[in-house]
Design a protein around this ligand. Sequence first.
Ligand code: ADP
Ligand code: MG
Length: 331
Amino acid sequence: MAMDEFALIGRYFRTAQLERAADASAVVLGIGDDAALLQMAADQQLVISTDSLLAGIHFPERYPPAELGYRALAVAVSDLAAMAATPLAFTLALSLPAVDEPWLQAFSRGLATAAHDFAINLIGGDTTRGPLNIGVTVLGQVPNGQALARAGARVGDLLCIGGPLGDGAAGLAVVQGKNVPTGLPMAKQDYLQQRFWRPQPQLALGLQLRGVASAGLDVSDGLLADAEHIASASGVALHIDAVRLPGSEALAAWPELQQLDWMLRGGDDYVLLFTLPALAKPRIAHWRAAGHAISVIGSVHAGSGVLLDVGKGYAPLTGARGYQHFRSLDD
Ligand code: ADP
Ligand code: MG
């Protein structure tokens, strides 16, 4: 690259803000050697997840680089929350078309803010020239046997969601200035933009779910698509009651059918979807009192797939076509 690669890494990534965003006692060797070295405790399992972000697919072509840095780490950390893990460290594989110092400055600042917010240290990466591509690998830990997988939902369990749905898609609409209701107050626009650029992985909720929830994941592709993953991994049917889906006050500015479409299929919400044995139901009130906006949106049944009730009884869905079919029923 034009600027010396090592100078670039040293200036923007091998920084105290990123290398020591949180307690770094597990890091034996960080950035600067051939590989990083972490000290794991014997009673913990290592949790690993990788996400790639591409312009035009995972974020709009026009974007603020600081927000992109924040979002890149937030969406990766959400996978740790979904496994009921605590963050340990992350690596960054960055491909850049050119050395753009203001861009790097802003990107690394947003990245460092996220690293601080989620208490996770940067321990290495790779830097190359090429089309913009941001690869983040997050490492986390969970006590042996306590990770929250997609398999494990049982007939009779409740289906729960950890926060509002549809804000990610509405946030993208606001960011792109497309399909925004006229007169949407600035405070609601700001809220939605934040929900898109700065999703908050539900790490604290994930910890609460350890040893309690039977299955779970984070909603990144859309509720229906992600519920389908739990249904197939667990070998059960999930019933979802559309009137129980939680939407924010800001989302309510859109027509009802648009709200429902975004809550069901919008994606980018990064809230936890999980199944809870009926015996654990009393915990929901405690979690809500502690500030977790949990809603029961359905239940687990024998069978397969996702069935949605929009007021006319539970009807099966099979991916996008199933949902198209549902739309034609409702129109
Ligand atoms: P190698 O040639 O051994 O793969 P590199 O020259 O790619 O090493 O990287 C040198 C050091 O800088 C390594 O410790 C690597 O993890 C780190 N590094 C490279 N790019 C980044 C980045 N974008 N963010 C953080 N660390 C990086
Ligand atoms: Mg390398």
